[in-house]
Design a protein around this ligand. Structure first.
Ligand SMILES: NC(=O)C1=CN([C@@H]2O[C@H](COP(=O)(O)OP(=O)(O)OC[C@H]3O[C@@H](n4cnc5c(N)ncnc54)[C@H](OP(=O)(O)O)[C@@H]3O)[C@@H](O)[C@H]2O)C=CC1
Ligand SMILES: Nc1nc2c(c(=O)[nH]1)N=C([C@H](O)[C@@H](O)CO)CN2
Length: 234
């Protein structure tokens, strides 16, 4: 029996697609969710281990670590996917927004990687994948705190690739508009399609293919897989 892969924020969209893909390959998964949904029930019925986790607070992060250690002593990998995409015009103060973004996108991955080091090292091959964002290198005009936290998450890739080598490969996947949100307007969608060279928004399977490539690789670590349709050249 293979060791499980932990996917944070696995109850919808890219995380859900990755979880479903791994289960279809008979790869055991543990997924965290913040709000229970029918997809969580479906994943559990398909054999996933599901656990509630909110990474916005230190208590929530500590509880999640304790729960994961109770579930398994060894891990094939961790995919840090949980994320909130919150703009500056939200109803939070600057301090609250930066705190929230850094907790879920940086502090939680940092603490889980350190706390689960032994579990990863117990596996013959192990991967950490940080789901970052195209804006890790460009910044963002309307999601400043979010972009900064994703840049910090990418920096964790560079540090942990060094510290956990050669036992664990550590990489970033940096999407840019891989999947629309249901409430995205037609105008937003049209404008977004014009932002990349290929003029498309591929959907969650693009992330699934990137994750599977990294898991199968023997020689890629400390890198970023950019999923952006050539947006950087537009
Ligand atoms: N979709 C895209 O085109 C892009 C995605 N990305 C990145 O790829 C990853 C997947 O994107 P996508 O599928 O759209 O992500 P979502 O916006 O759908 O969020 C994924 C999950 O994160 C969970 N989550 C949010 N905040 C917290 C928290 N504080 N604690 C625990 N869980 C939390 C949510 O749980 P719940 O629903 O239960 O609240 C949600 O199910 C993300 O890291 C994202 O930043 C980057 C660029 C583009
Ligand atoms: N947690 C999330 N992060 C991001 C999302 C999302 O839906 N959830 N979406 C984007 C946008 O698609 C952006 O890439 C468009 O330029 C960014 N991050």
């Amino acid at each position: 029996m293979s060791l499980p892969i932990l996917i944070t924020g696995g109850s919808q969209r890219l995380g859900l697609a990755v979880a479903e893909s791994l289960l279809a390959q008979d790869q055991p998964v543990i997924i965290t969710y913040r709000r229970h949904k029918p997809s969580v029930t479906r994943l559990e019925a398909a054999g996933a281990i599901v656990m509630e986790a909110d990474f916005n607070t230190q208590a929530g992060i500590s509880r999640a670590i304790d729960k994961i250690k109770q579930i398994t002593p060894a891990l094939r990998g961790i995919i840090h996917n949980a994320s909130d995409w919150v703009p500056e015009n939200s109803d939070q103060s600057a301090g609250e927004l930066m705190q929230d973004m850094m907790m879920v996108h940086t502090s939680a991955p940092y603490q889980l990687n350190l706390a689960l080091k032994d579990a990863l090292f117990a596996s013959d091959a192990a991967d950490i994948i940080h789901m970052t964002d195209y804006v890790q290198e460009t910044g963002s005009e309307h999601h400043i705190a979010y972009a900064a936290s994703k840049a910090a998450l990418h920096n964790l890739t560079l540090s942990f690739a060094r510290v956990f080598s050669p036992h664990v490969k550590v990489n970033s996947i940096a999407p840019s508009l891989v999947m629309f949100n249901d409430d995205d307007s037609q105008e937003y969608r049209q404008r977004a399609l014009e932002k990349n060279l290929l003029g498309l928004v591929p959907g969650p399977q693009e992330a699934v293919k990137a994750v599977n490539y990294l898991l199968e690789s023997e020689y890629v670590t400390g890198q970023t897989l950019h999923l952006n349709g050539g947006r950087n050249l537009k």
